[in-house]
Ligand binder design. Structure first.
Ligand code: ADP
Ligand code: ADP
Length: 209
């Protein structure tokens, strides 16, 4: 089994691109952020362990995340590989991943910090299907989401206060991973400060490399 990692700062467009790449690659999206939010909502032990970190815009401890991923990867639909979105976020997580699945491509969606606040503060999604939208850059169609179950959902942590801690966590703990993966020859940077479809095209090209 071989997997892909979508890497980048919060709000870079990882989830947006994962939605589009699922069809092209046939790989299921595995978003640790989505899994953690579901665990918080269901008030599971994992959710209780993660909530305070998420509310503060800090990274959830590695052992919680690694256990979550091990369970997810054991599911049937992951047998042919997955597309990781928001995982790994630390070098210890990446090291643990090496013993779980082989990663063929790390796609780094690069967006400057000054763009991130507007991206995150304008983000909303469809609670029916999870599709991601933006107030200005990618609004939902006027007749609602194409899934037919449109209801708007906004994340509690998508506000200016937590964005700065999330960016700090990214620069301090996650960005060193770029060098780690570059050294392995599987790192593909993509300019994420462009139209959504252009970025999808670049990612598809990178996956052919
Ligand atoms: P991530 O999963 O990396 O946190 P998202 O995919 O949720 O990022 O995108 C963050 C916000 O930015 C969403 O509101 C999304 O609609 C918007 N967005 C995504 N890609 C682009 C882009 N290329 N240009 C402008 N806005 C974008
Ligand atoms: P973003 O859209 O900002 O990239 P995510 O939905 O991926 O956010 O993650 C939301 C929050 O969940 C993070 O701020 C962090 O607290 C936690 N989280 C998600 N994935 C991880 C991970 N791999 N390691 C540690 N914490 C994580």
């Amino acid at each position: 089994m071989s997997s892909i990692v979508l890497f980048g700062p919060p709000g870079a467009g990882k989830g947006t691109q994962a939605e589009r790449m699922m069809q092209a690659t046939g790989l299921p999206q595995v978003s640790t952020g989505d899994m953690l939010r579901a665990a918080v909502k269901a008030d599971t032990p994992t959710g209780r362990a993660a909530k305070a970190y998420m509310d503060a815009g800090k990274l959830v401890p590695d052992e919680v995340i690694i256990d979550l991923i091990k369970d997810r990867i054991a599911e049937d639909d992951a047998a042919g590989g997955v597309m990781f979105d928001g995982f790994p976020r630390t070098v210890p997580q990446a090291e643990a991943l090496e013993s779980i699945t082989s990663v063929t491509h790390v796609i780094a969606i690069e967006v400057p910090d000054e763009r991130i606040v507007e991206r995150i503060c304008g983000r909303y999604s469809c609670s029916g299907c999870g599709s991601v939208f933006h107030d200005t850059f990618n609004p939902v169609p006027s007749n609602g989401c194409s899934c037919g179950n449109w209801a708007e959902k906004r994340r509690a942590d998508d506000n200016e206060e937590t964005v700065s801690s999330r960016l700090d966590a990214y620069h301090e703990q996650t960005s060193p991973l770029a060098e780690w993966y570059r050294g392995k020859g599987i790192f593909h940077p993509v300019d994420g400060d462009r139209a959504i479809d252009e970025i999808t095209g670049d990612i598809l090209d990178a996956l052919k490399a």
